[in-house]
Write a protein that binds this ligand. Structure first.
Ligand code: PLP
Length: 333
């Protein structure tokens, strides 16, 4: 259904309230091919529980361009491709092509009328009443796209205190972290709760081989003697799009990069450490297990990368324009 048709087809008898802007709920949501009022997007109670265990999702961001004329969805196609890969690993049928989902995201951004930074959440879960613990492969799926505004940390000086978690990251031989499956976040959640109870901001998790893997919602990199070192993609982590972006930015700036196994003790010797992820963007770590990282302040390489990332996502960089899907704002064309 087109944006205009969706507006005209809203059932005037619907008692459902519109989304509450104060809490960031949009007016519209996309479900199974249609734009529908956010509050009408309901399911039966039996559709939660086992359905969620096998569900997969994506987290994408659209940034307001520096000149305020466009929304720029960052690496949207790459995120939609990863959604398809996650569905494949989890044996879910994703009934929409990348092109269809890209159009869905753009329609939703348009109809919700955003002129600010927006987080985009496409997700796929087995449809209907699910009482089966082991949801069979190929079960029909619902596909939903939700959106909400967010505040970017890219232009600020945010940093965090990290700890090495006692929880081991789920592994490729148990629950592959390469799939962005909701169920993997139980593992990250336990690590986060432990970190917060012990007075830290975020955990860094080790993998089954006791090498550094990732945070609960971001990859991690260290800097030693001017080289960015990040755990390899076979260290038990999500194939992060921000990690890939950072590696490309570093290459463009002539900063040497290594992708390899990282020991826990290297965290304690690093000159800089930073998280990388769509949600956390580039978040410097100033201490690990109460040992200061470098001078205990945001380091120069993390700071440079954050500035470059901000330029890129807001359409001010003169490279990688192919990573930006543009949505002109009304009056901005
Ligand atoms: C577990 C985990 N690792 C890494 C990332 C970073 O991935 P990306 O940069 O594609 O957002 C995320 C964020 O989605 C995540 O949840």
């Amino acid at each position: 259904m087109s944006v205009e048709a969706a507006r005209q087809h809203r059932d005037p008898r619907s008692s459902a309230p519109l989304g509450d802007p104060e809490f960031g709920n949009p007016e519209w949501i996309w479900r199974n091919g249609s734009l529908i009022p956010w509050a009408d997007a309901r399911v039966h109670v039996n559709a939660v529980g086992h359905a969620s265990v096998s569900a997969v999702f994506e987290g994408v961001k659209a940034y307001l361009s520096a000149d305020g004329t466009r929304l720029l969805a960052f690496r949207l196609d790459d995120h939609l491709d990863r959604l398809a890969r996650s569905a494949r690993i989890c044996r879910l049928d994703l009934p929409y092509t990348r092109e269809r989902l890209r159009a869905a995201v753009l329609d939703l951004l348009r109809i919700n009328g955003y002129a600010e930074d927006v987080y985009i959440r496409p997700w796929v879960f087995p449809s209907g009443v699910i009482r089966e613990q082991m949801v069979p492969a190929g079960t029909r799926c619902d596909v939903v796209v939700d959106t909400w505004p967010f505040r970017s940390g890219l232009s600020g000086g945010d940093s965090c205190r990290a700890t090495v978690s006692s929880w081991i990251r789920v592994g490729d031989a148990s629950a592959p972290p390469r799939a962005k499956a909701f169920s993997n976040y139980h593992n990250g959640r336990l690590a986060l709760i432990e970190a917060r109870e012990n007075g830290y901001d975020w955990p860094i998790m080790l993998n089954e081989r006791f090498k550094v893997s990732e945070g609960p919602a971001a990859c991690v990199a260290i800097v030693r003697d001017g080289t960015i070192i990040t755990p390899s993609l076979t260290s038990g982590l999500l194939e992060s799009i921000t990690r890939d972006t950072v590696l490309a930015l570093a290459a463009g700036m002539g900063i040497p990069v290594q992708e390899r196994e990282v020991d826990r003790s290297e965290l304690y010797l690093a000159d800089e450490i930073f998280f990388m992820g769509t949600a956390w963007e580039i978040l410097p770590v100033t201490s690990v297990d109460r040992l200061s990282v470098g001078a205990g302040r945001v380091g120069p390489i993390a700071s440079l990368l954050r500035t470059e990332y901000d330029r890129l996502v807001r359409g001010r960089a003169d490279h990688h324009g192919e990573w930006l899907t543009e949505l002109p704002l009304p009056g901005g064309e």
